[in-house]
Design a protein around this ligand. Structure first.
Ligand SMILES: C[S@@+](CC[C@H](N)C(=O)[O-])C[C@H]1O[C@@H](n2cnc3c(N)ncnc32)[C@H](O)[C@@H]1O
Length: 408
């Protein structure tokens, strides 16, 4: 593909992402599948362009405007320092190049050429989030936001039901994939270079699963032990459920449930691949109550739905999709989930609340309110502390609080 055809492809992909219906990585992947003529280098270049735009979308939109074509022009000018004539040449309309710039776009290009650092907003985040982010990071705000804007590494969770971390690293190395141990998680490997992990035998045989190191640490913070009764109330497709099953060495019981039956349906094949035998998928009850588990659970995991603001490295499009109304709706759900989880924990057991958000409204504020209303729960320390973030741990942003139910 020519450079101009790659630009046209990036614009097409960004147009679909901007509709807000699908995660950006799904759109990029589907484009690759339906354009087989694009080689690996083309696909990489197109994907890099798309993500460069998504990571600086706020700044680019402020500097020019927010049509996908203008956002890509902004990346060429402000991200790469391309000259005006070169941009006009790329938008030639010839062959597979994007259509020529119209008069309005020529004007946007002039504005972009004149834009200087001082004209641009200091931070590429929605205004309504800035106060929360400042509260969360204080003097580290610049470092934290810069780290949330950088691409994330590919981390793998080693399935210790089948192999040790060292064995998995050797098997991957034999397949041409070099890794290094993750610095904080004892069950993680960080992949060096770019590889399609889901195509490897190690993945197909259930030896490794792609999982951010922060997510691994969050699952380990549940501190589930063999023989325990565990409820994973927001199991989704079971990423953390499977990590907990391995920590329990397949002994005891994990009930995995979710309001989204389709996502939960993806757990069964993953359990099979992982050789996890102590997980019981549980349909979400119509009355949203789990009376049979009242006071019986050693651990209840609440990996609650959240803004995803800790995962902007992987899902930069989320930054501009979440609205203040979403945050309000999410915090209500988080409060309701905490309330319904509390009675399920047995005395001496723990409720573990996890978000992949860095916003205090979804984190500290929820826990403070919960503890105020539930004096029978008290904070229990976790090895990493409550906050993980890219600038401090090299992980996605996570909030993890373990709350122990006191014996009467
Ligand atoms: C952060 S995701 C869970 C990810 C999963 N634990 C993992 O490790 O892959 C949050 C999950 O909460 C579920 N959810 C959304 N609203 C819910 C509700 N009111 N009650 C329970 N689960 C809910 C979503 O369907 C979603 O699967």
């Amino acid at each position: 593909m020519t450079p101009a055809a790659r630009i046209a492809a990036a614009i097409e992909i960004i147009e679909e992402i901007e509709q807000g219906l699908k995660p950006a990585d799904d759109v990029v992947r589907q484009w690759g599948r339906s354009h087989r003529f694009a080689g690996a280098k083309d696909r990489r270049a197109i994907s890099e362009r798309v993500y460069a735009v998504l990571r600086r979308r706020g700044l680019y939109a402020a500097a020019g405007n927010e049509t996908p074509r203008a956002l890509v022009m902004a990346d060429l000018v402000l991200g790469e320092g391309q000259a005006r004539d070169d941009v006009v040449t790329l938008f030639s309309g010839e062959g597979h190049a994007p259509a020529p710039l119209d008069d309005d776009e020529q004007a946007v290009l002039s504005t972009l050429m004149a834009a200087s650092g001082q004209d641009l907003p200091a931070y590429d985040v929605p205004d309504f989030m800035l106060q929360e982010l400042t509260q969360a990071f204080g003097a580290d705000l610049d470092d934290a936001l810069a780290a949330l804007d950088r691409p994330a590494p590919v981390d793998l969770r080693v399935n210790t039901l089948k192999v040790s971390r060292e064995e998995a690293a050797t098997i991957l190395a034999d397949a041409g994939i070099d890794t290094e141990p993750t610095p904080h998680s004892p069950i993680g490997l960080r992949v060096k270079g770019s590889h399609l992990i889901t195509g490897t035998q190690a993945y197909k045989q259930g030896l490794v699963e792609p999982m951010d190191e922060g997510s691994q640490l969050a699952a380990l913070a549940v501190a589930a032990e063999p023989g325990m009764q565990v409820l994973d109330m927001c199991a989704g497709a079971g990423g953390k459920t499977l990590a907990i099953a391995a920590a329990m060495d397949n002994s005891g019981q994990i009930y995995a449930t979710d309001t989204d039956a389709r996502r939960l349906g993806n757990l069964a094949p993953r359990m099979k691949r992982a050789g996890a035998r102590n997980i019981q998928p549980l349909p979400w009850p119509q009355d949203a109550s789990f009376e049979a588990l009242n006071g019986k659970c050693d651990r209840v995991l609440l990996d609650v739905p959240c803004s995803g603001s800790g995962s902007w490295r992987r899902h930069p499009e989320q930054k501009w999709r979440v609205t203040p109304d979403d945050i309000e709706r999410l915090t209500k759900t988080q409060t309701a989930l905490l309330r319904s989880a509390a009675p399920l924990v047995k005395p001496g057991g723990r409720l573990v609340y996890i978000t992949c958000s860095v916003l205090p409204a979804e984190n500290e504020a929820r826990i403070d309110a919960f503890l105020e209303a539930h004096p029978d729960f008290a904070p229990h320390s976790t090895p990493t502390g409550p906050r993980l973030a890219p600038h401090t741990h090299g992980t996605d942003g996570f909030f993890i609080r373990s709350l122990q139910r006191q014996s009467p």
